[in-house]
Structures are given as structure tokens and as C-alpha cells.
Design a protein around this ligand. Structure first.
Ligand code: IVH
Length: 690
């Protein structure tokens, strides 16, 4: 009996772990795809995915609110029209070593019934880390460019991609009537460095790596800005390859080239694991000489009918695999160790490095995480260190070359006082992180709080970057979030300051005014309560509905064993430590005052408690004879998912579902570049997104 209970307890622990991993991945997915601003390295992300995959195998039936295997990329950002993909845009499974590649082939052979010694030729090609794009050509004319989005529906970036010279507006040679070319938008290493240099000179934030630069440049709401960015494109696949009339991936590449695209070179036809391994070693050693960042290779079964037979599993095709390169490393010297203060006061030590080129990116800083990490690796000022990045955002120190250490070297002493405000540094028992105890009295914490408040995921006030916030703080006009909404009274003074001007002040004030109405969940998130991320803010907003009841309950929840405290902890997804942070936040006099001031400036709207459908806000038009759905059932299916059914195709139509004998509406949709789905694709979309 006790034994049984132990094992079931273990099971729930494991299931909890699975959920936590899924949630962690969700957060990183959102940062990476939604905000083009990842906070962990690709290698660390891959490790999370691998841990998730392993655990998921043991618990395939656990329901997850976010299933990383089913979700791809980010939902469509605000501002771009939506574009449904006629064929879903998928991702690739990763292989990290020769064993993983061998496993991939063994699985594929079993699935395809190809004997061990039977040949299974593969196209091997570089994997360039950029942004995937689907290009639709009709009668050879470019009609639509769409990002991956969540794999089913992406962002319509047609205007932007028309500015990319590598993307032909018109296909050459012979082509199917409709063709969806898939490929990658990227930036070369040289262009990336030059772009960052000019941004730095203009005082703008620099991009962390070529991938972010490409994503950020592509997803501009103003195509004229995209036009100024050095974006490139290579084509690597055709979604409807059946229509092209070729039998192999190699021949498909030739077609793509004939149509006027640039291919990702150098590619090679290989046969067998040994052959691929040779190509891999060669590419790994020469990748620095390529003009772009390559994070691995992609192996694709050459035979297109076998590709089709292999099909897909989850979010990835069975016929292809990405063989990743190990992280890129370099040796350099630690010039200094600085300690940064974060939004919640957390102190993060950062190594200032002798700038070094790591795989085409100039690296001058590396995170040292926390005091324990410095002590564990014994990293000191003056040390020669090995650092690494793998398309990494924040490079890391892998090892210290102790034998090259100067004789005078001293261990690093972690500050006991905040380097910004001088308040005591405290460490919570059992935690690695040390915090400045200065709270809102600390300038660094204030600035970080303000940055968070106006940031993209919070209030999203455009035109208020770090530099401007700093200036506003220096001039004494902004100390807390509410002050941002009172800037109008300084408009005249502000316009007279260097680097501002009337136009930009006007624009900023308009952007601020636009944010005077905010949903409860955004508001809660924007407050910057420790451990309260977007997801938690949403849970709280849905549960409490409006600000007054949220505030009242949070204050009451500070009393242990109160009804409010247990109600809070009973919300699925809210644990004891989040509850404690909330109670702590609301018990703070200064926080209460800051919230009161804010609420005089803006309106916090009650949260929409009605569940919004996965297709909410989309307009769909049905045309022609559908096979399985009556018109009424089709309409109902759409409305259930939150979509609106239109009777005619207009600029507002997001997609058209065409059955047999569809006539003028189908033609109009094609003429206007509105995505057209078959009935099966429509049903799949509802199924996959429900
Ligand atoms: S083929 C069905 N080939 O890597 C998936 N993808 O990690 C077809 N990528 O989403 C993808 N280079 O954005 C393919 N030579 C290449 C690639 C490539 C880069 C990207 C692509 C994909 C991601 C998967």
C-alpha cells in the first residue's frame, strides 16, 4: 500500500515537471518568435526541448495547455493581416550527434520498409538561421508572402518581402499555375555587423544576432523600413511539390533556381550515414568561411514520393532532420566584471570581454549568472576564458584557462552593497540570486520597472526606449509609471531638448494617450510583480475579472489561511511562491501608491471572460459544394471558432474555403491573393487549432 502511494506520488511529480517544462518552453517560444528577443541560448532551449520530449514519451496522455510538439512559432502579431497556409509550415527535429542521425535513418527505414542495406539518398544542405517564409506565386506572379506564424496561419508580409532583391516578383522558366515556394529570409554576417554599427552610432539598440536582425527587419509595419535593411532570401522547398513535375529534392532545387531564386549552397547529394558524416565534418570546419551564420545542416530524403510516404509526425516531417553544429567557441580575456541590477533587484554579474569574433558576431560581454557560478568556475578579472555562443543571444563562459592566469590575480568579490544605490545586498535562503534591497529607492530598479511597464508585452508604448526613459528620469519628470501619463505638462520643455523636437514629442504623447485604456491582464503584467509573467497575469485577470476585486483579494490574501489566500492558491497554475510575491507586493505602501496614481491616469478594463475562439476576428467565405459539411454546419463550425462568415470576397476576407465547382468567388480570391483552403484543410485547421 505505501509503495503504491509513493509511485503514484512520483507520477504526479513527474507530470508536474512535464507541465513546468511545457510552460518554460512556452515562455521562451513567445520571447523568440513573438518578440524576436530570446533570453536563453539555442543550446539551452534545445536542452529544454530534449528534456520535455523524454518525459513526454512517458506521459503522452497528460493534457497540456501548451503542447510544444503541437505548437509552432508564434501566433500572428498585431498589425499584420493574417494569411492561412494552404499547407502547414512545419519545423524540423534536431539531431545533435552521429547517433541521433543513425536513429533518424533507422526509424525512417522501418517506416518506409527500406532494408538496412538499401540505398536511401539524401540531399544535405546548410541550415541558415533566419526566418522562414512562404511565397505564393500565381501564374508566375508573386501574390503573397507569409511568415510561419503558428504553422497554420502566419503574418501577411507581402509588402515587406517585395523589397527583398532575392525574391523574384515574377518566376522565370516553367512553373505550376499555383506554387508555394518555401525558404528563409536571413542577413549575412557582414551586413549584420554594418547594420549594428550604424544603429549604435545613431544611439539605437543593436540586434543580438543576424537572426534577430532579420526577423526584426522583416516584421516592420512600414515596408519602407524593411526596404532599407539588407535582407536576403534563399529557397529550399516547394509546399506543393507534386505539381512541379520532378521526382527528387535535387531536381526540385534546380527548378527553384530556374525560377529565379538563390539556393542555399553548398549542398550535396549523399548516401548513407558515413557519407553524411563526411559532409558534416567538412561543413563544420569550413562554416566560418560562409558569408552567413549556419547553425547546422538539413538532411532530406531525395526521393519526393518517399518524402510524401514518410509524412509528418507532430510538428515535423519524418523525411528530414536538422543536424546541429556544436556551439561556436572562442578564447578571450575578461577586462572587468560588472554587476547589473534587474527589475526585481536581482544582481547579475556580467563579464566585460576583450571583443572577439565568434562565428561572425563580435562578442564583448558574457553573462556570469550569479555569485555561485563565478565561484564555481573561479572567474576573475584578467582571466583568459573560453566563451561560446550557438546562435546564442547571451554568450557564456565555458572555462577559465587557469594556467594563463596572471600571478597578481585575485578572486572576484561579490558586492555586499548595491552598485547603483548602495543599499544592502540580500540573499534569500536557498536561492542563488542576490538582490538589492533598495526597492523603488534604487534608480536601476526604477528604470527597469519603467522599461518593463512600457515594453512590448506590457503597455507597448512606442518611442520610449531605454535612453529616452533615462533622460526623462534624469530631468526629474518621470519617477514612476503614472508620470509617463503626465508628460503632457512638460511637452514644451521636452520639445526644446536636444534629440527630441516637436514632432517626436507629439508622436510620443499620442502613443501614450493610445494606452490610456488597458485590459486587466496587461495591467497586472505591466506592474512587474516578481514571478508574475504574462500567463500568470492572464490567469489572475480571468479569475478576478476586474481591478477592484483583484486588489481587494490580494490585500486580504496576505492573511494566512484567509478565504482569499486559499482561493488564490486554488487557481490552477498559481503556486505558493507566486501567491507570496503577490501578497508581498500588495502589502507595500509604495506599490499601493504607485497603483493608485496609475489608476487616475488610465482605465483598467474588465477582462473579457468569454473564451475567444482560435479563429476570432477572422473572416471566412465559403464557396462551391462542400463534401462533408452542409452550409449551415460550415457556418456553425466557423462561428464556434470565433470567425465571422462573409458572403463575398473582399479585402477584409482572411481566407476562402472552396468546394467543388467554385466559381467567381474563388477566382476573385485568387486575384486578390486571399488564401484558399480545401474543405479538408479547413477541417484540419479547426481540429488542430481547437
Ligand atoms: S526544410 C518541413 N531546409 O529551419 C520543414 N529548413 O528548424 C521544411 N531552415 O522551419 C524545412 N534552412 O525555417 C529546411 N535548408 C533548409 C533550412 C531550413 C533553415 C529552417 C526553416 C525551418 C527550421 C527548422
Amino acid at each position: 500500500m505505501p509503495k503504491a502511494s509513493t509511485s503514484s506520488q512520483q507520477e504526479t511529480e513527474q507530470e508536474k515537471k512535464l507541465r513546468q517544462l511545457a510552460e518554460e518552453i512556452r515562455v521562451h517560444d513567445a520571447r523568440y518568435h513573438g518578440a524576436d528577443a530570446p533570453t536563453i541560448s539555442d543550446a539551452a532551449y534545445d536542452a529544454l526541448r530534449a528534456a520535455f520530449k523524454k518525459l513526454r514519451k512517458q506521459y503522452p496522455h497528460v493534457a497540456l495547455s501548451y503542447d510544444p510538439d503541437q505548437k509552432l512559432g508564434a501566433p500572428v502579431a498585431q498589425g499584420f493581416a493574417k494569411a492561412a497556409h494552404a499547407t502547414p509550415m512545419l519545423s524540423l527535429d534536431n539531431a545533435f550527434d552521429a547517433d541521433d542521425v543513425a536513429d533518424f535513418f533507422a526509424r525512417l527505414r522501418r517506416y518506409l520498409n527500406v532494408l538496412d542495406d538499401g540505398s536511401l539518398p539524401c540531399m544535405a544542405e546548410p541550415k541558415i538561421d533566419g526566418v522562414s517564409l512562404s511565397l505564393r506565386y500565381e501564374d508566375g506572379q508573386l501574390v503573397l508572402g507569409a511568415t510561419r506564424g503558428d504553422g497554420q496561419v502566419g503574418e501577411n508580409v507581402t509588402d515587406n518581402i517585395r523589397t527583398i532583391a532575392d525574391i523574384p516578383p515574377k518566376l522565370s522558366g516553367k512553373f505550376p499555375i499555383t506554387v508555394d515556394v518555401r525558404g528563409e529570409v536571413y542577413m549575412t554576417k557582414v551586413d549584420f555587423l554594418a547594420l549594428n554599427q550604424s544603429r549604435e552610432a545613431e544611439g539605437q539598440d543593436v540586434f543580438a544576432n543576424p537572426r534577430n536582425a532579420a526577423a526584426g527587419s522583416l516584421r516592420q509595419l512600414d515596408a519602407r523600413i524593411t526596404a532599407t535593411r539588407p535582407l536576403r532570401f534563399f529557397g529550399y522547398a516547394v509546399a506543393n511539390s507534386d505539381d512541379v513535375g520532378v521526382l527528387t529534392q535535387q531536381a526540385l532545387r534546380e527548378k527553384i533556381k530556374e525560377w529565379g531564386f538563390v539556393l542555399n549552397e553548398p549542398a550535396e547529394l549523399c548516401d548513407g550515414v558515413d557519407d553524411l558524416q563526411h559532409y558534416y565534418e567538412r561543413m563544420k570546419n569550413t562554416r566560418h568561411t560562409l558569408p552567413y551564420d549556419v547553425d547546422g545542416l538539413v538532411y532530406k530524403i531525395n526521393n519526393l514520393s518517399l518524402q510524401k510516404k514518410a509524412g509528418f509526425v507532430g510538428r515535423a516531417p519524418r523525411f528530414a532532420v536538422a543536424h546541429k553544429f556544436p556551439a561556436e567557441q572562442a578564447t578571450t580575456c575578461v577586462r572587468d566584471i560588472m554587476v547589473q541590477v534587474g527589475r526585481t533587484g536581482a544582481l547579475t554579474p556580467v563579464a566585460e570581454l576583450e571583443p572577439v569574433n565568434v562565428g561572425g558576431v563580435l562578442v564583448s560581454r558574457a553573462t556570469l549568472h550569479n555569485e555561485d557560478e563565478i565561484r564555481r568556475k573561479d572567474i576573475r578579472v584578467g582571466d583568459v576564458v573560453r566563451i561560446q555562443r550557438a546562435g546564442d543571444v547571451i554568450p557564456q563562459v565555458v572555462a577559465v584557462m587557469v594556467d594563463q592566469r596572471p600571478a597578481s590575480s585575485q578572486p572576484f568579490v561579490f558586492p555586499t552593497m548595491c552598485p547603483v544605490c548602495g543599499a544592502a545586498v540580500v540573499r534569500v535562503e536557498g536561492q542563488a540570486v542576490q538582490r538589492c534591497s533598495g526597492g523603488m529607492g534604487c534608480r536601476a530598479q526604477r528604470l527597469e520597472r519603467l522599461k518593463h511597464f512600457v515594453g512590448r508585452e506590457a503597455l507597448n508604448i512606442e518611442g520610449l526606449g531605454e535612453r529616452r526613459l533615462q533622460e526623462l528620469m534624469d530631468w526629474g519628470w518621470v519617477a514612476q509609471p503614472a508620470d509617463i501619463f503626465r508628460l503632457k505638462k512638460h511637452a514644451g520643455d521636452l520639445a526644446a531638448r536636444e534629440g527630441w523636437g516637436e514632432k517626436s514629442v507629439e508622436k510620443l504623447l499620442a502613443a501614450i494617450d493610445e494606452r490610456r485604456r488597458v485590459t486587466l491582464s496587461k495591467f497586472i503584467y505591466a506592474l512587474g510583480i516578481p514571478q508574475v509573467g504574462e500567463q500568470t497575469a492572464k490567469l489572475l485577470a480571468r479569475h478576478y475579472g476586474n481591478f477592484p476585486s483583484f486588489e481587494k483579494c490580494m490585500k486580504a490574501a496576505a492573511v494566512p489561511d484567509s478565504a482569499e489566500a486559499s482561493d488564490l492558491q486554488n487557481i490552477d497554475g498559481i503556486g505558493a511562491s507566486v501567491a507570496a510575491e503577490l501578497a508581498n507586493f500588495f502589502a507595500h505602501q509604495a506599490e499601493q501608491e504607485a497603483m493608485r496614481a496609475l489608476r487616475q491616469e488610465l482605465e483598467v478594463m474588465a477582462e473579457d471572460t468569454v473564451a475567444r475562439g482560435p479563429l476570432s476576428g477572422k473572416v471566412v467565405v465559403f464557396t462551391g459544394a462542400l463534401q462533408t459539411l452542409s452550409r449551415a454546419a460550415a457556418k456553425e463550425s466557423a462561428e464556434k471558432a470565433g470567425a465571422v462568415v462573409g458572403s463575398s470576397v473582399t479585402r477584409q476576407t482572411h481566407f476562402v474555403v472552396a468546394g467543388d465547382d467554385a466559381g467567381s468567388k474563388l477566382k476573385k480570391a485568387r486575384d486578390m491573393g486571399v488564401p484558399v483552403l480545401t474543405e479538408t484543410q479547413w477541417l484540419e485547421m479547426l481540429g488542430a487549432r481547437a
